[in-house]
Design a protein around this ligand. Structure first.
Ligand SMILES: NC(=O)c1ccc[n+]([C@@H]2O[C@H](COP(=O)([O-])OP(=O)(O)OC[C@H]3O[C@@H](n4cnc5c(N)ncnc54)[C@H](O)[C@@H]3O)[C@@H](O)[C@H]2O)c1
Length: 336
């Protein structure tokens, strides 16, 4: 499957060197990435360093970025280069889409989640009043540079956020790709093998996004595991995104068994790939199913009693069904 033309797998140092030479560039990064890679990669470039974590992804940070861009005399011909994880890519992408109605944008994702998911697809969002990604834009980057060498310095807990999204992508779209993930945990792969996995994941996400750039239909299948996953994240501060999506996928598989003809054998295969990668599959005991479902409804900002839910008919074949909240709750109670 062809990867989008603007996506390059290669040496970020070399690509950044060329961009810094030829264009008016402003780099946006975060404090960790700047600490590890700043001296080596950024030279004398204009750099905006963001704080760490989800609390950075706000309109306040965007306002700070705009001020810096004014100071740097950035215009529509300038290029913003985001070098960092999903938080940097989302925030810099939002700034590039809106500052003076749009500057150039290059993404250099440095986490597995950003390389396989967040930097692909042209969506970016910032959090508003505690709601995740409430304000956002659709803006395809002019170029995305993926260099797996960055992943060598990434902590396992951050690496696994990307693992969950890669397993999700295979499960909803490509059974042969899913089979290949059953052999070895992603954290055990060599750089080259990992690059192959990321290429595959990016190709699939690109194909889905190409068919539905503004998430009006098919793109919704990318939410597999995320309905329960987001509700877990809302309740359990310490649960990481990848862990929450992992548990969410296991729950969606159980629901698929009851309502979409997904077999027990396939459900166990999904569980086993998640466990192979040391991802959890059980809803933590300390959270009641009733509380979890309250958050599902709240997260979807739904007042009604049903919602669209991504299920699997088989590995590689998703289906979106409208499900009653009570039905979901009943099945989750059964698998507890
Ligand atoms: N726009 C989209 O389509 C999309 C899709 C999925 C996720 N997201 C967003 O992505 C965000 C999460 O992204 P993330 O998981 O990359 O988190 P992140 O950006 O917070 O990065 C995780 C941590 O790793 C550090 N880090 C980054 N690269 C590193 C490296 N090479 N070596 C060492 N440390 C490094 C960061 O400083 C941070 O502490 C969320 O806000 C989510 O909403 C967006």
């Amino acid at each position: 499957m062809p990867v989008g033309k603007h996506i390059i797998f290669g040496d970020a140092g070399k690509e950044l060197g060329l961009l810094l030479k030829d264009s008016d560039v402003v780099i946006i990064t975060d404090a960790n990435v700047n600490g590890i890679y700043g001296d080596k990669l950024f030279g004398n470039a204009k750099v905006i360093v963001l704080g760490i974590g989800e609390r950075t992804k706000t309109l306040r940070t965007i306002d700070r970025i705009y001020s810096k861009l004014i100071e740097y005399k950035t215009d529509r011909h300038s290029v913003i280069i985001a070098v960092g994880g999903g938080i940097v890519c989302d925030t810099a992408g939002f700034a590039a889409a809106t500052f003076k109605r749009g500057t150039g944008l290059v993404l250099v994702p440095t986490t597995l989640l950003a390389q396989a998911d967040a930097a692909i697809g042209g969506k970016n969002g910032v959090n508003v009043s505690g709601f995740k990604n409430l304000a956002g834009t659709f803006r395809q980057p002019d170029r995305t540079i993926i260099d797996t060498k960055f992943l060598k310095t990434l902590a396992r807990k951050n690496f696994n956020n990307g693992t969950a999204e890669i397993i999700k992508t295979a499960a909803i779209y490509d059974s042969a790709f899913f089979n290949s993930l059953e052999r070895k945990a992603l954290f055990e792969l060599t750089g080259k093998q990992l690059e192959t996995v990321i290429r595959k994941t990016v190709g699939i996400k690109n194909a889905i996004v190409r068919d539905d750039p503004e998430e009006k239909g098919i793109r919704k299948i990318l939410n597999f595991g995320h309905t329960i996953g987001h509700a877990l994240e809302l309740n359990l501060n310490r649960m990481r995104h990848g862990e929450a999506v992992s548990v969410g996928m296991a729950a969606a598989c159980a629901i698929s068994q009851k309502l979409a003809g997904f077999t027990l054998e396939e459900s166990l295969r999904v569980d086993n790939v998640l466990k192979l990668n040391r991802l959890p599959v059980k809803i933590p005991e300390l959270l009641s199913v009733a509380k979890l479902m309250e958050s599902v409804v709240q997260d979807k900002k739904k007042s009604g009693c049903s919602l669209d839910f991504v299920l699997l008919e088989s590995i590689g074949h998703p289906v979106i069904k409208r499900l009653e909240i009570k039905v979901i709750e009943g099945i989750i109670n059964d698998i507890r």
